[in-house]
Design a protein around this ligand. Structure first.
Ligand SMILES: [Zn+2]
Length: 316
C-alpha cells in the first residue's frame, strides 16, 4: 500500500504523520515550530522529520508517494511559495522546491484550513459525501470546500474563506483589515471579546453574571457559564451561534453542500453549539439547500491537517 507523509505547520508545533492510502495514521510525531529561527531552519527541520519518520518505519524516503504540507496562511500553488504566513512571520518563502530538492520526492502544499477540510472530507466526518463545507472554529474561523475529493481553490487559493464574510458592516476590527467579519463574532476570540463587552454593560446596569473579566477568560469559560444558566453568557453564545447560522446558511446557498463539518476548539461545546445551530440554520438557507445538508462535528481533531496534507500527496 502506498504511503505519504503529511505535515501540518502550525504557529507552535510542526506535526508530521505517515499515512497510508486508506487514510490510516501509521505513525506521527511533533516538534516545536520555533518560528523565530526563520524559514530555512524550519524547512531543514521538516526535512529531518521526514527522514526520521521514514527510517523509524523501515522505509527509504524514495519509497514515499510524496510529502504534503499544510501552511497556516496564503500560498501560491503555482510557484510553491508561501506568500504570507502571519503567525510565523513568513513572506514570500519558497517551500515546495527546496523540500523537493532536498528530499527528492513529490511535494504538495495547501492552506491549513483547506488541508483540514480535505482530511475531514476524506476519512473524517465528511467521508462518503461528494460536496463538503468544512469550518474550523478556533482563534479565527477557517473554511474549506471539498468537491469530489478535491479542494475548491478558486482563482488564487482563497475559496472557502467564510470567516471573512462581513456580517456587521463597521463592526469589530478583524485581522484581515476589514470590520465585522464572521470570525470577529463566531470564533473563540469573538466570543471572548463579546463576553468582555457584555460584562462592562452588565456592570453598568447592575446585571449579575458569574463570568469574571479576568485576562485568562476563554470561550470555554463562556460556554460553561452559559450551560450553568448565566444569562449574560447565554446572550453572548446565542449571538455567536445565530451569526454562525447566518454565515453557514449563506455559504450553503452558494455551495449546496451535503455536509457541513464543524471542527476547532469551539466545536467541543457540543450540544450547546450544535442544537441551536441546527435550529437556526434553516432560517438562513433555502429550504432545498437546508434539506440536503447535515451539520456534524469534525472527527479527526488535531489530525485533520496532516491527514489532508497526506491525501494531497497521495492523490495529486
Ligand atoms: Zn476578516
Amino acid at each position: 500500500m502506498r504511503k505519504a507523509i503529511g505535515v501540518d505547520l502550525g504557529g507552535t508545533f510542526i506535526k508530521a504523520a505517515l499515512i497510508d492510502e486508506s487514510g490510516n495514521i501509521l505513525y506521527k510525531e511533533e516538534a516545536p515550530t520555533l518560528a523565530d529561527r526563520g524559514p530555512d531552519d524550519i524547512l531543514r527541520r521538516i526535512e529531518g522529520m521526514i527522514r526520521e519518520i521514514a527510517a523509524k518505519n523501515d522505509l527509504a524516503v524514495s519509497d514515499l508517494a510524496g510529502l504534503g504540507i499544510a501552511i497556516p496562511g496564503f500560498i501560491d500553488d503555482e510557484s510553491g511559495v508561501a506568500d504570507e504566513v502571519v503567525n510565523i512571520g513568513w513572506r514570500d518563502v519558497p517551500v515546495r522546491e527546496p523540500l523537493k530538492q532536498r528530499l527528492g520526492i513529490h511535494v504538495s502544499m495547501e492552506n491549513d484550513a483547506n488541508a483540514a477540510a480535505l482530511g475531514e472530507a476524506w476519512v473524517g466526518a465528511g467521508r462518503g459525501r461528494r460536496f463538503a463545507l468544512c469550518v474550523t472554529l478556533g482563534t479565527g474561523v477557517g473554511g474549506g470546500v471539498v468537491i469530489d475529493g478535491k479542494v475548491l481553490r478558486g482563482a488564487n487559493t482563497m475559496a472557502g474563506e467564510i470567516g471573512h464574510m462581513v456580517m456587521v458592516p463597521g463592526g469589530a476590527a478583524c485581522n484581515c483589515g476589514h470590520h465585522g467579519c464572521l470570525e470577529t463574532i463566531s470564533s473563540a476570540t469573538g466570543v471572548v471579546r463579546m463576553a468582555r463587552e457584555a460584562l462592562v454593560e452588565a456592570k453598568q446596569t447592575g446585571r449579575p453574571s458569574a463570568l469574571s473579566d479576568d485576562p485568562e477568560l476563554t470561550a470555554a469559560d463562556v460556554f460553561a457559564a452559559a450551560n450553568a444558566l448565566d444569562a449574560v453568557a447565554n446572550e453572548v453564545v446565542d449571538k455567536a451561534i445565530e451569526t454562525l447560522a447566518w454565515g453557514l446558511g449563506t455559504a450553503a446557498n452558494v455551495i449546496n453542500p451535503e455536509v457541513i463539518v464543524i471542527g476547532g476548539g469551539m466545536s467541543r461545546a457540543g450540544a450547546r453549539l450544535f442544537d441551536p445551530l441546527r435550529v437556526a440554520f434553516p432560517n438562513y438557507a433555502l429550504r432545498r439547500v437546508a434539506a440536503a445538508v447535515t451539520l456534524v462535528p469534525a472527527e479527526l481533531g488535531n489530525d485533520a491537517g496532516v491527514v489532508g496534507a497526506a491525501r494531497l500527496a497521495l492523490y495529486s
